[in-house]
Design a protein around this ligand. Sequence first.
Ligand code: 5GP
Ligand code: MG
Length: 184
Amino acid sequence: MSEPILKTLYSESYIAAQVRRLGEEISRDFHGEEVLLVGVLKGAFLFFADLVREVTVPTLIDFVRVASYGHGTESSGMVELRQDLEFSVQGRNLILVDDILDSGCSLRFLYHHLHNRNPRTLKTCVLLDKKSTRKEAFEADYVGITLDSGFVVGYGLDYQERYRTLKEIYLLQEVRDLPEKGLA
Ligand code: 5GP
Ligand code: MG
């Protein structure tokens, strides 16, 4: 396989502006309340770290980890929980924070998993929303950037565990075999 070519899609400053806006929206919606922000590992780790510092209401921080399986870039809808929250959810304002909404399978799975534990409110926040690849009817409450399709890397997102630490978001081009989904 040839070395993938990366094409810059979103600059550091553009990403930062969207993250700031999301932080403002969340802070406005939960004015006077406390929120439990839950990051979905691994892909959301940089977005999460930046977002939580833009939220001005009191926060609690926790993480979950999921794995989804499929062929190439297609999700089979099979999602497995690899690491659960430490906090109890009941009565809390929970916001699930993920890197990208693609087929919708992962967030839909997590949403129902957590909804069963009776949070006071349950919202979802994603940096990226790939509208055209959705398989499950699921929309996020807070969306940073909407894109059509394509496989993106950088700012937490990987291709075969590489490129997560890049500061910008890139479109991955000229890859013949796109990855099997593993740990998100
Ligand atoms: P889902 O298909 O369940 O909505 O998304 C599952 C996970 O697949 C995402 O959280 C993300 O980790 C990964 N994923 C989906 N689309 C992309 C993409 O374009 N690039 C990368 N690096 N990961 C993606
Ligand atoms: Mg992910």
